[in-house]
Write a protein that binds this ligand. Structure first.
Ligand code: 26V
Length: 753
């Protein structure tokens, strides 16, 4: 067996010190791909196809090196020749094929499947530009295309293509693949389809482009703006392109392994990630029909093969399409969807469970629940809400289909790769077993009373905070105080996640500091968030935070006590710097609205304490660590659901009745804010908070403020207690390993291999 140095020089045709960084990067990629190729295993039995519109992979170089056990050797061998792995990681571009949690979850699942030696491929789309790159001009978000594909060698084009009919015309879906390595496991594939005639030259200002030229724009962007009809239609075209090519590929692979189509469910398990791939149900029925399988049998086969995961209860995010749009884009599917609707209606007289409602709207989630054998939510509370309120009518019809699979994250990326110091420290205390069996982290609990050990963990946190501060200065031009407490809220910008409540807290603190009521510790509030391009209020919230950041920074009475850093273009790479450096993890969604959250798990794993509502997986984090190791506040999901049902929430009463709230909201239009901010944006946000506040920020404001100040006090006056809380959080994070989640999916839904 050749060592890394011999293999690299073999590929390079020269010594490592003679090669430049680009050559080294390519050679390393070659080495990884060769090694990954050797871990490909033949499939016997059932194979999983995880079909998803998003896979938010993040950079792949270090991740693959870790999984293939090459990381340390490569790093050392490069350093010996005066080269740095970090410099090569800079060359690696981040595949930005996702928006947030849903896409990142899919990426974590692929990692765990390969690690657990399970045969499971991803199926999705190869977006040339993926999610937009965020730029700020005058503290306002602007969107720019991200040409990540241009210098990314991980994607391999194959010679396979599948014909797909869109609006009566045929297009070719080219299969491209990214190898997915497991940690000491097997190699699976991420199969991404691309339309080769896509033309990046049609991109105009920002991320604008003509929405009606399918042949040029189909796989250009992730989630093209769906604020108008043309954008929505394009999304439908994308979805069908993905599922039709995917379904053909799945049938072809299964047939090659001996499947006669009648026994498809013995060869394939298909997991439908949210409703974006739901059309795979009628498409498979159609294709099975072409193979000679009768309609009723095809319906049964597809039901047994497919399972559906729901990721949100927000009604605006539950996909519904006008039947007219489907007739236009996929006329050949509509007769099948009509028949499925008839079957659905024959199973229940309850019109609310129909696939096509009285207005001719097609409800994708309804089709999923009727015609798959499993519907799961992504955290305990979320699944309970699905069963008891949002989908109660379906739960009465098919109680056996509903199940919970609490989300998890891969510890390879979110601990080992992003926090090497902590990983090493854990390993020195409890051995390396936790890398494969996350539950072993529990052994850290033995260190709870060991003050020297607690100090060591605190030193690592401090070093990670200094590293983040350095990165902030170098890449964002923001200087932050590494000795302050770091509170981080990093996630997509959405009103239900309530970044605006954090904003109101910060304004409140600004007033308190100016009045001489100094906090127990200086606080650095760090944000990372992109807003959907057409989501006006979300952009207004970002604007207000960025403007406030400047107001605070230039006030010498305030800036020693608080700083606000809003990171530009938050993505996986930025996240990897932020999670290890966090003291307080902000998980402050309105209870009942965040299906799970996964950032909450990553912060916990890296030794942050959660400040959160009893929402999503926060509920289970609280259960794991115990109430004394988490800061919980706010209304319960039951209270929120009752308040919505009663329809009696009036934001204005809170604004008028609470002087602190009024002072904070009024400040949005103060001279200080208007100095840097835009009146139009700030005024719109102010009015939204007073007259709508759809996600009940104001009723939770005081509880949030009190809990956050309590956390700051504990941090400042009782460091040993604080450090113990951090340790208890790390020690109890094992439950949130995606390995556990995937093992449960496999046990209850897939039964692979
Ligand atoms: C999508 C949209 C699109 C239209 C505008 C409003 C809106 C609001 C939310 C969404 C989210 C779609 C589904 C999603 O990303 N869900 C997230 O899935 C994560 C993985 O299960 C979970 O941790 C997050 O709580 C959940 O929000």
């Amino acid at each position: 067996m050749m060592n890394v140095e011999q293999r690299l020089t073999g590929i390079l045709g020269k010594s490592i010190s003679e090669a430049d960084d680009r050559q080294l990067y390519s050679a390393l990629m070659q080495l990884v791909q060769d090694q990954a190729g050797e871990q490909i295993r033949p499939v016997s039995g059932r194979k999983l196809y995880y079909i998803s519109a998003e896979f938010l992979l993040g950079k792949l170089l270090s991740n693959n090196l870790i999984n293939l056990n090459l990381y340390d050797e490569v790093k050392e061998c490069l350093e010996k020749s005066g080269k740095s792995l970090a410099a090569l990681e800079e060359i690696d571009s981040e595949p930005s094929l996702g928006n947030g949690g849903l896409g990142r979850l899919a990426a974590c699942f692929l990692d765990s499947l390969a690690t657990l030696n399970l045969p499971g491929d991803g199926v999705g789309l190869l977006y040339h530009c993926g999610l937009f790159r965020q730029k700020f001009e005058n503290e306002l978000q602007h969107e720019k295309p991200d040409f990540w594909l241009d210098n990314n060698g991980w994607v391999k084009r194959t010679d396979k293509a599948y014909p797909v009919m869109l609006a009566g015309r045929q297009y070719a879906a080219r299969l491209c693949q990214i190898a997915v390595t497991g940690y000491n496991g097997r190699t699976n594939q991420l199969n991404l389809f691309d339309l080769e005639s896509v033309d990046e030259g049609i991109i105009g200002d920002g991320i604008s482009f003509p929405k009606d030229q399918i042949e040029k724009n189909l796989t250009l962007f992730l989630y093209p703006d769906d604020s108008d009809d043309a954008g929505r239609l394009l999304r439908l075209y994308q979805q069908y392109f993905m599922v039709s090519a995917g379904a053909q590929m799945i049938l072809e692979e299964c047939a090659a392994r001996g499947c006669n189509y009648h026994d498809l469910a013995d060869y394939a398990a298909i997991q439908i990630n949210d409703t974006h791939p739901s059309m795979i149900i009628p498409e498979l029925i159609r294709l099975l029909g072409e193979k000679g399988v009768g309609f009723d049998e095809a319906v049964e086969i597809v039901t047994n093969t497919c399972a559906y995961t729901n990721h949100t209860i927000l009604s605006e995010a539950l996909e519904k399409w006008p039947a007219g749009s489907l007739y236009r884009v996929v006329p050949h599917l509509m007769p099948i969807i009509d028949r499925l609707n008839q079957i659905a209606r024959s199973r229940s007289s309850d019109a609310s469970t129909a696939i096509i409602d009285g207005n001719g709207t097609v409800h994708m989630a309804h089709m999923d629940i009727h015609f798959t054998h499993s519907t799961n939510g992504v955290a305990y509370l979320h699944t309970e809400i699905l069963k008891n309120s949002e989908l109660a009518n379906f739960n009465r019809l098919y109680p056996w289909k509903f199940n919970n699979k609490t989300n998890g994250v891969t510890f390879r990326r979110w601990l080992m790769a992003c926090n090497p110091m902590l990983t090493k420290e854990i390993e020195s205390r409890i051995g390396p077993g936790f890398k494969k069996d996350a539950d072993e982290l529990k052994n850290l609990l033995a260190l709870q009373e060991d003050e020297a050990a607690l100090q060591r963990f605190a030193d690592i946190k401090a070093a990670n905070k200094r590293a983040l501060a350095k990165w902030m200065l170098e890449t964002q031009g923001i200087e932050i105080n590494p000795d302050a407490m770091f509170a981080i809220q990093a996630k997509r910008l959405h009103e239900y996640k309530r970044q605006q409540m954090n904003l109101l807290f910060l304004i409140h603190q600004y007033f308190e500091i100016k009045a001489g009521h100094l906090p127990p510790v200086p606080l650095v509030s760090i944000f990372g968030a992109k807003a959907a391009p057409a989501y006006t209020i979300a952009k207004d919230i970002i604007h207000a935070l960025r403007v406030l950041s400047r107001v605070v920074a230039e006030d010498p009475a305030v800036s020693p006590w608080m700083q606000i850093a809003f990171v530009e273009n938050y993505n996986v790479s930025a996240a990897e710097k932020m999670f290890p450096a966090c003291d307080l993890s902000e998980q402050i969604s309105l209870a009942s609205k965040e299906a799970s959250g996964t950032g909450n798990m990553k912060f916990m794993l890296n030794g942050a304490v959660t400040l959160g509502t009893m929402d999503g997986a926060n509920v289970e984090i609280a259960q794991q660590v115990g109430g004394e190791n988490i800061y919980i506040f706010g209304q319960s999901s039951d209270q929120v659901i009752r308040r919505y049902a009663a329809g009696d929430y009036c934001a204005r009463e809170w604004y008028e009745g609470d002087p602190n709230i009024r002072r904070a909201i009024d400040f949005l239009l103060s001279d200080e804010m208007l100095r840097y901010g835009s009146r139009e944006n700030l005024e719109r946000l102010k009015n939204e908070l007073i007259y709508k506040d759809w996600f009940q920020t104001l009723p939770d404001f005081n509880a949030y403020t009190i809990r956050k100040l309590q956390a700051m006090t504990d941090y400042a006056v009782n460091p040993v207690k604080w450090r113990r809380m951090c340790l208890v959080n790390i020690a109890n994070a094992g439950f949130f390993s995606a390995d556990r989640t995937i093992a449960e999916y496999n046990r209850d839904i897939w039964q692979l291999g």
